[in-house]
Ligand binder design. Structure first.
Ligand SMILES: *Cc1c(COP(=O)(O)O)cnc(C)c1O
Length: 451
């Protein structure tokens, strides 16, 4: 407990002075004003906390982005191989520089970036990769596309991140890599995962698809392990529709990533290995380059708003914000996530809570409803002819039997989140709306049980 509150204080110390003042106050910060939370709940016919005020839009659009796409269209350079100074090679240089990494290979999606890494490391049939059940399907798709076996380890239910102890328990003689995910754009327990990977001679691929610009122990997420992957899909905090990137410092390994993502053809034009065609196109990079201009400012604004929202909910037992690990300096705040404590709402269930908060004009929602350990792919691959040829029957049987992650189930049942790419770009008053809607529903929890 001690370590946890310290981490949060350190985290908040990196934000504005006003938030620190609020947070260190021993008084429970409840409603911004009593009148906002005392009235009848909107779902029972009262006035909503928030009315007719739109949230900031996402994806972010400005004239610079529109002009960049028009310029690329007119240039006739639509594909990266047409020009060494086109938008894709330029974006790769700029993104690597911004993130503090030596090399970048841009891809058509985050899933493609991850699969590129798996292939570049020579991971394939017979090999196992340990990752989280609480993630985007793209994470395991990248392992399955290489016909390796995704082994899912359970979570730390307070951080929604991989539990390093459970990862270690699931290592076999065929494990080749760990693919930790930085959920919500907050660091997973990376220090411990890197240490156990070293002990067991495993490579680490960071799934930083949600974690643009976030910092941990003085480095940006996605640049700490030998390879890190990002997504620029529309919903992410830097976005171009569909896009992705691999970052790394090892020149030979990053050249291999280039070759793999370029249908196995290297920079010198020799086709030398297995590889899909995963090149980013020039329009996607044009959008990204134009968007990088304000990305740091938007990242800082999300962090300030998140710290303020956390300070507003400090001491409120009904919703507990995501636990952050020691060394967390900032998060991307792709999602602002909290655990719903039904007992503190006197039994008001999560679905009714969410309905009542929505009626107040604030959209909170569950995130992943079922962990990937509960999806049909598990049976599909265990029964597939290809996997039965590549893996011993006993291994596939154990794979199915051990596909059990009760703490992930708990997280799926408890978690509520504000999708934050757009909304956390709002004002402090917008954050007050979120906190007050939550607190208003809390005050009326008895009456809302029957909705
Ligand atoms: C979005 C996401 C991916 C996949 O990225 P795409 O660009 O959608 O393919 C992988 N992992 C995580 C954690 C993600 O959030």
């Amino acid at each position: 407990m001690k370590a946890r509150s310290l981490t949060r204080r350190e985290f908040l110390a990196s934000t504005s002075a006003t938030t620190i003042a609020t947070v260190t106050s021993p008084v429970l910060p409840l409603a911004a004003s009593v009148t906002r939370t005392a009235g009848k709940p909107a779902i029972l016919g009262g006035e909503p906390v928030r009315k007719n005020r739109p949230w900031p839009d996402w994806p972010y659009i400005d004239d610079q982005i529109v002009d960049a796409v028009v310029k690329t269209t007119r240039s006739g350079i639509w594909c990266r191989i047409q020009s060494a100074s086109g938008t894709v090679p330029t974006f790769e240089k700029e993104y690597a520089r911004l993130m503090g990494s030596r090399f970048c290979v841009a891809t058509g999606s985050g899933t493609q970036a991850l699969h590129t890494c798996v292939e570049a490391l020579g991971i394939g049939p017979g090999d196992e990769v340990i990752t989280s059940p609480y993630t985007d399907p793209g994470t395991i798709a990248s392992i399955l596309s290489a016909r390796a076996l995704p082994v899912l380890a359970d979570l730390d239910p307070a951080s929604y991140q991989l539990d390093p102890d459970d990862v270690e328990r699931r290592i076999t003689e065929n494990t080749r890599a760990i693919m930790p995910v930085h959920m919500m754009g907050q660091p997973c327990d990376l220090q411990r995962i890197l240490a156990l990977a070293k002990r067991h001679h495993l490579v680490v691929i960071e799934d930083a698809a949600q974690a643009h610009l976030a910092e941990y122990q003085g480095k940006k997420l996605g640049t700490i392990a030998p390879l890190g992957c990002f997504s620029f899909q529309s919903s992410k905090t830097i976005a171009c529709g569909e896009g992705g990137a691999v970052l790394g410092d090892d020149e030979a390994l990053m050249d291999k990533c280039y070759t793999v993502h370029n249908h196995g053809t290297n920079r010198a034009g020799r086709t030398e290995c297995i590889g899909p065609k995963y090149r980013m196109n020039e329009f996607e990079a044009a959008v990204l380059l134009a968007q990088l201009a304000g990305a740091q400012e938007r990242f800082e604004r999300r962090n300030r708003n998140a710290a303020y929202l956390t300070s507003r909910l400090k001491g409120f037992p009904g919703l507990v914000p995501q636990k952050l690990y020691e060394g967390t300096a900032s998060g991307s705040f792709y999602l602002y996530a909290m655990s719903y404590q039904q007992a503190h709402f006197d039994g008001l269930d999560r679905a009714r809570f969410l309905k009542a908060v929505a009626a107040e004009g604030v959209g909170l929602s569950p995130y992943i409803e079922r962990g990937l350990h509960r999806e049909p792919w598990v049976d599909h691959i265990a029964q597939s002819r290809a996997y039965q040829k590549m893996y011993p029957a006993g291994r596939l049987r154990r794979f199915r039997e051990e596909m059990c992650c009760p703490r992930c189930d708990q997280v799926c049942a408890e978690m509520v989140m504000l999708w934050a790419s757009g909304p956390l770009l709002g004002s402090q008053a917008d954050m007050d709306d979120v906190a007050d809607a939550i607190l208003k529903v809390y005050e009326h929890r008895e009456a809302l049980r029957s909705i």
